[in-house]
Design a protein around this ligand. Structure first.
Ligand code: SAM
Length: 338
């Protein structure tokens, strides 16, 4: 195994023991140099589990006819977000299956209200939409779009029936960035039929895109999906990929995803914070809907306020008082002035 000229090597991706510890320490140091000991705290609300896509890895795929579908109302979510938001939260993320009705009827009115009543930064993760909906979301007040490319392997993207087509997904990421969104993307590490070379290629693809942040999510086989019988991700490889991504782009915002705790209960999430992550997400989806927002299984591991704050504190970190959207906006202004 050799180190490659772009610095992304199999040696690092597969590192264990002392080499792994040294990789993770370098990544943690790079994060602290850029972001200090502060992590961004975002709240996610999962507003609909209707989905027109059929991704083989996802428990909300349209072919799962047994799943009870829900769509929250903007009033219901407004009550929650305006009156019960934890103090440490600076940003919210509205996430859903690919459901344009939820975008029009829930997300857009809710964003308008939050924009007029709060200072919250607003991210959306609502799938591949048309230009008119992207514009309406932006005009309403959202500024961060999360659109994961899922895998850098185009053949697998098609085989897993990931949203639309691979070239379309990449084109939308580029277009959103060109239209002034801060775009965060990501890939699933550990998908069946993929290996370390694929994950290195996914990192190379991420590097080539106009992103402000990127996630590495461990593949967790979804109970009722065609991939239910496959093995899950190796958490050490996922953490190594996160560390490598941090070293590749010290300026990116990299989330610690809650699935890290599915891979290694109690510790996975904290290890993510030690390997370069600087964004945590609390889940505030109304309890009545949570069980049906199934990426993997109905019995979900929910990262609530208490778990998140404890994890941050245990790692010697603290919640950022500056919100993510504001942080990116000030970076943009600084870039224009220089
Ligand atoms: N529908 C929107 C989209 O396609 O961008 C956003 C929501 S989608 C339900 C959220 C993300 O969950 C996907 O982008 C995918 O990366 C992740 N995901 C779904 N199933 C997964 C699994 N089994 N393991 C890991 N990540 C998964």
């Amino acid at each position: 195994m050799t180190h490659s000229p772009d610095g992304l090597s199999l040696i690092d991706l597969l590192a264990r023991n002392g080499e792994q510890a040294s990789l993770h320490e370098r990544a943690a140091r790079a994060t602290r140099q850029t972001f200090g000991d502060e992590v961004f705290v975002r709240e996610v609300v999962e507003l609909s589990n209707f989905c027109r896509e059929n991704c083989h890895y996802c428990g909300m795929r349209r072919s799962d006819r047994a799943l009870e579908r829900y769509r929250a109302t903007s009033d219901q979510l407004a009550e929650l977000l305006l009156n019960h938001l934890p103090e440490s939260v600076t940003d919210i993320n509205l996430q859903a299956g690919e459901d344009p009705v939820a975008v029009r009827e829930v997300a857009i009115p809710l964003i308008k209200l939050l924009r007029s009543e709060t200072e919250l930064g607003i991210s959306v993760c609502l799938g591949t939409l048309n230009d008119a909906l992207y514009s309406e979301l932006k005009e309403a007040g959202a500024s961060i779009y999360i659109l994961k490319f899922e895998t850098g392997n185009m053949g697998n993207y098609e085989m897993f029936e990931a949203p639309g087509t691979f070239p379309e997904r990449i084109e939308h990421i580029r277009r959103l960035a060109a239209d002034g969104w801060n775009v965060s993307s990501g890939f699933i590490c550990g998908l069946p039929n993929e290996g370390p070379e694929d994950w290195l290629n996914s990192m190379r693809l991420a590097k080539s895109l106009p992103l402000s942040g990127c996630s590495v999510s461990p593949f967790v086989p979804g109970e009722l999906t065609p991939l239910a019988g496959s093995g899950g991700a190796d958490i050490d490889v996922v953490l190594n990929a996160m560390a490598m991504m941090r070293l590749m782009r010290p300026d990116w915002v990299i989330p610690a995803v809650s699935a890290l705790n599915i891979c290694q209960p109690g510790l996975g999430y904290r290890r993510g914070l030690r390997t370069g992550a600087n964004l945590v997400t609390m889940n505030m989806t109304p309890a009545e809907f949570r069980g049906n927002y199934v990426l993997y299984k109905r019995d979900r591991f929910i990262m609530d306020e208490e778990r998140i704050l404890k994890s941050i504190e245990a790692e010697g970190l603290r919640p950022s008082r500056v919100g993510l959207a504001d942080f990116w906006q000030s970076r943009r202004k600084a870039a224009v002035l220089t």
